[in-house]
Write a protein that binds this ligand. Sequence first.
Ligand code: SF4
Length: 79
Amino acid sequence: MPESDLFPDDRRTCEQCANLAGLRCLAAWRGEIVANRDYEPLRDILRRCEGYMPNLKDTNGHQQGYCKDLERDPNERIQ
Ligand code: SF4
């Protein structure tokens, strides 16, 4: 099914996230998302994650400004 221009799919996989290190999520390790510190997410599932940071595999995220809303104070802690 073609992606709609009115409702673009803004979900991403962990494979497209700079916080994925091997099997583990570094955002979880730092306590930035609600998960165990040794969280190993399913890497190929589309999701909207508050810890998401686009890596070089996410070309759409940069074009659509997806990460704009995710910029935050580095001292901020999500509970
Ligand atoms: S921050 Fe979210 S999207 Fe990124 S690796 Fe962790 S769980 Fe996946």
